[in-house]
Design a protein around this ligand. Structure first.
Ligand code: NAD
Ligand SMILES: O=C(O)C(=O)C[C@@H](O)[C@H](O)[C@H](O)COP(=O)(O)O
Ligand code: ZN
Length: 362
C-alpha cells in the first residue's frame, strides 16, 4: 500500500498526503517546492512546541533560507481571531511576503488557525499541514476547511484554502494523551458510519490493538480514513452538496462543544452527536435499535463518552439555528440511511432533535 495519497480537485492535482513513521521525509517533500530564498514560519502550540518544534525546525531550516516560529497557548479557547491577529503581527514584523510559507505543526486547532491565517494574509499564501494528533491526521489536515471560533461559536469565520502538502508522522501519536486519542476516534468512527460499513466493523474488531497504538494498525486506520475523506472532498471541495456528510454528529456536537465552554473535546462531542443522529435515524424507522447498542460498544471500546450532564436539549437545539448548514431557516441535518451510508435530511423538527438527544442526556 502506498504511503502517498494524491488529492485532486476539479480534475487537477492539488497536493499529496504523505504518511511516514518519522519527520525525516519532510525534508524531501519540502525540497520539491524549491524554497531556497524563501521563508517558512512554523505555527504550533505550546505543547507541541516542547515535543517536536526543535526537530521539525532543524529539518525545515535545511530547506529554505529563513525559518521562524509562532507559538500560541494550546487549547480550543485560543482558536480565535486574537491569536490570528498576533500571528499576522509576527508575519508583518518579519516581512513575510506572498512567496513565503506557513507550516502548521500540531493538531486541528493549529491546522485550522494557521490555514486561516494563510488564506487571508496578503490575500493568501501557501501552507503545509504537519498534523500530530489522531484527529488532525485522519480528518482536519485534509480538505482545506480552515477557520477559527468566534464568541465560542464553532468555526464561524473561515475560508477554504488548500494546503500544498500534508505530511503525517504516525509515530507522533505515541505521545498523545489517551483522552486526545479517543477524541480523534470520534472522527474515525464517523468515517465508518458515513461511508464504509466494513471499516466500521474492522474498527470494532481491532479496537484492542488500536487502543495499544500498535503503529501498523494506526497506519492502516489513518490510511483508510484519509481515503474516505479524500474521496468526499475531491467530489465536493467547497461543501455544495455531499461534503456535508462529513458533518455527521456535528450539528448537535458543535452545540455541545460550545455549551461546555470547550471543556468537552471536539471528537467526543462528534461521537455524542453521532449517537443522537443514530437515535433520530432509528425514530424515523431507517435503521434498527440494535445498531445503537453496537455504536455504544464501539465507542466504549475506544474510551469515548456516551452521555453528558448539565446541558439541556433546549439549549443544544437552540444553538443549531447558528449551524453553517442552515439554509433559509431549514436545518440540513446528517442522518444514517444504513451503516456506511449517510444522507442530508431537511425535514427535522426541533422535537425530532430533542428526542434524538434523549439517549445522551440520560
Ligand atoms: N478543518 C477540518 O476539516 C476539521 C476537521 C475536524 C476537526 N477540526 C477542528 O480541529 C480541532 C480539534 O483538533 P485536535 O483534536 O487535534 O485538537 P488540538 O489541536 O487542540 O490538539 C489536542 C491537544 O493535543 C496536543 N498535542 C498535539 N499533538 C500532540 C502529540 N503528538 N503529542 C502530545 N500532545 C499533542 C495539543 O497541544 C492539544 O493540547 C477543533 O477545533 C475542530 O473544530 C477541523
Ligand atoms: O471537512 C469537513 O467538511 C468536515 O465537516 C469535517 C469535520 O470533522 C470538521 O469538524 C469541520 O470543521 C466541521 O465543519 P463546519 O463547516 O461545521 O465547521
Ligand atoms: Zn469534526
Amino acid at each position: 500500500m502506498s504511503n502517498r495519497i494524491p488529492v485532486h480537485m476539479n480534475g487537477a492535482f492539488q497536493y499529496d498526503i504523505v504518511m511516514e513513521m518519522t519527520f525525516d521525509g519532510l525534508e524531501r517533500e519540502l525540497n520539491q517546492f524549491n524554497l531556497q530564498g524563501r521563508r517558512i514560519c512554523i505555527v504550533t502550540d505550546s505543547n507541541v512546541a516542547s515535543l517536536y518544534l526543535e526537530e521539525v525546525e532543524a529539518i525545515v531550516s535545511r530547506c529554505c533560507q529563513v525559518t521562524s516560529h509562532f507559538i500560541f497557548p494550546a487549547g480550543e479557547e485560543n482558536k480565535n481571531l486574537d491569536t490570528v491577529r498576533s500571528l499576522y503581527e509576527t508575519l508583518i514584523e518579519k516581512q513575510y511576503d506572498r512567496h513565503d510559507f506557513l507550516l502548521a505543526l500540531g493538531g486541528g486547532v493549529v491546522g485550522d488557525l494557521c490555514g486561516f491565517a494563510a488564506a487571508t494574509y496578503l490575500r493568501g499564501i501557501s501552507f503545509i499541514q504537519v498534523p500530530t494528533t489522531l484527529l488532525s491526521q485522519v480528518d482536519s489536515s485534509i480538505g482545506g476547511k480552515t477557520g477559527v471560533d468566534f464568541d465560542a461559536y464553532k468555526n464561524m469565520v473561515g475560508a477554504f484554502h488548500m494546503p500544498k502538502l500534508v505530511y503525517t508522522n504516525i509515530s507522533a501519536l505515541k505521545t498523545l494523551s489517551d483522552e486526545q486519542f479517543s477524541s480523534g476516534m470520534g472522527e474515525v468512527v464517523k468515517h465508518g458510519l458515513i461511508r464504509d460499513a466494513s471499516y466500521y466493523e474492522w474498527l470494532k474488531e481491532h479496537a484492542p490493538v488500536i487502543q495499544k497504538r500498535e503503529l501498523g494498525y494506526l497506519e492502516e486506520m489513518v490510511r483508510i480514513s484519509n481515503h474516505i475523506k479524500r474521496e468526499v472532498v475531491e467530489k465536493d471541495p467547497t461543501e455544495q452538496g455531499d461534503r456535508a456528510l462529513l458533518n455527521l454528529g456535528h450539528t448537535l456536537g458543535h452545540a455541545i462543544e460550545k455549551l461546555s465552554d470547550f471543556k468537552f473535546l471536539h471528537g467526543h462531542c462528534v461521537g455524542l452527536g453521532c449517537i443522537a443522529a443514530m437515535a433520530i435515524s432509528i425514530n424515523k424507522g431507517l435503521i434498527s435499535d440494535q445498531e445503537l447498542a453496537r455504536l455504544y460498544e464501539v465507542m466504549n471500546a475506544f474510551g469515548m463518552p456516551v452521555s453528558v450532564k448539565s446541558i439541556t436539549a433546549h439549549d443544544i437545539v437552540g444553538l443549531t439555528k447558528n449551524d453553517k448548514k442552515m439554509d433559509s431557516g431549514t436545518i440540513r441535518f446528517i442522518l444514517l440511511e444504513q451503516i456506511g451510508k449517510a444522507y442530508v435530511d431537511t425535514s427535522l423538527t426541533d422535537t425530532d432533535m430533542s428526542d434524538g438527544l434523549l439517549p445522551i442526556l440520560a
